[in-house]
Design a protein around this ligand. Structure first.
Ligand SMILES: [Zn+2]
Ligand SMILES: [Zn+2]
Length: 307
């Protein structure tokens, strides 16, 4: 059996993010890192796990938060309603005890996620459903990007509760928008160039690039200086969800615990937020072996690390 192990260097993970501006690199990125483009079809293949009527009928959302970064339940409820409305699947939350701050400080969110994500438990029939992982932490306070979905592991949403927008709008109001917007990326939206740039939607839409904004000039003259985008999807984005939902090609993906498994003809890829494993020849690797990775200490502890 041939295997290839690797740690996805944090500097190569780019996210689908927006707040105050367009999508940018993820929280743990080195200043010099360049965003990388990945095959968009992989994101749609993962999205079809949530959307396809033939796929799992349940979405399990696992929520981890560092002490003091716990999200308001109202924002989670609104996310759950959004996911159910557009996937027609049952949404079930697993809210876990907070991660001690002493166990998180200095660690890139991707490493923290890999260490803590447990995955969806199997039901009585052995089916574990689709899986979405949420991590709330405090990174740099001046980060323009409050949240992102890693390209490589597009079944997770990482939220920096220390981002300026969340501080300014307040967690309850900001997360109502942020979580649904990022969930739109998880569901594979904005790849349609007829009404977007491949990352965001050009319409007045939840998925537009311009997110929660603050106008300094309006603030200076004492008028309402905050603006936010629509809180729901435009008709074009809704149509895109239907297209992904109706795709006939099997995704070739599945969840095993927190591991996103992608089966190809000659090999299988097992992905965690900061680690991947390629199994050549499909010789039956036990997926949970992938969990026993030693998270490499040389992973960049970048400016976006948990504080
Ligand atoms: Zn975005
Ligand atoms: Zn749209």
């Amino acid at each position: 059996m041939k295997t290839i192990f690797g740690s996805i260097a944090v500097c190569t993970i780019t996210g689908l993010t927006c707040l105050f501006a367009g999508c940018g690199p993820s929280g743990g990125v080195k200043a010099a890192a360049q965003p990388t483009r990945v095959d968009a079809s992989l994101i749609e293949r993962c999205a079809s796990l949530y959307l396809s009527p033939a796929g799992p009928q349940r979405i399990v959302v696992e929520v981890d938060s560092v002490e003091g970064c716990e999200p308001p339940q109202t924002a989670l409820d609104e996310l759950g309603e959004f996911l159910h409305r557009y996937t027609s699947k049952e949404v079930r939350y697993i809210r876990k005890p907070s991660i001690a701050r002493s166990d998180a400080v200095g660690m890139p969110p991707e490493v923290l996620a890999t260490r803590n994500a447990r995955g969806a438990p199997a039901d009585g029939n052995g089916a574990s459903g689709s899986y979405l992982y949420l991590l709330f932490f405090e990174g740099e306070s001046n980060r323009r990007f409050a949240a992102y979905v890693p390209f490589d592991y597009s079944c997770a949403i990482f939220v920096n509760m220390n981002a300026l927008a969340i501080k300014e709008w307040g967690p309850a109001e900001a997360l109502r928008y942020i979580l649904k917007h990022e969930a739109g990326h998880v569901l594979g939206l904005c790849r349609n160039l007829s009404h977007g740039d491949g990352v965001h939607c050009r319409n007045a839409c939840l998925m537009q690039e311009r997110g929660l904004t603050i106008s300094i000039s309006k603030w200076l003259i004492g008028s309402d200086y905050k603006s936010k985008p629509p809180t729901d999807l435009c008709a074009d984005c809704r149509q895109d969800l239907i297209r992904i939902k109706e795709r006939q090609t099997p995704s070739g993906m599945e969840f095993k615990g927190p591991v996103l498994v992608r089966h190809e003809q000659q090999y299988t890829v097992y992905t965690l937020p900061c680690h991947y494993h390629i199994n050549l020849g499909n010789t039956g690797l036990e997926w949970n072996e992938v969990l026993h990775v030693k998270v490499q200490s040389e992973l960049d502890i970048g400016p976006g690390s948990v504080r």
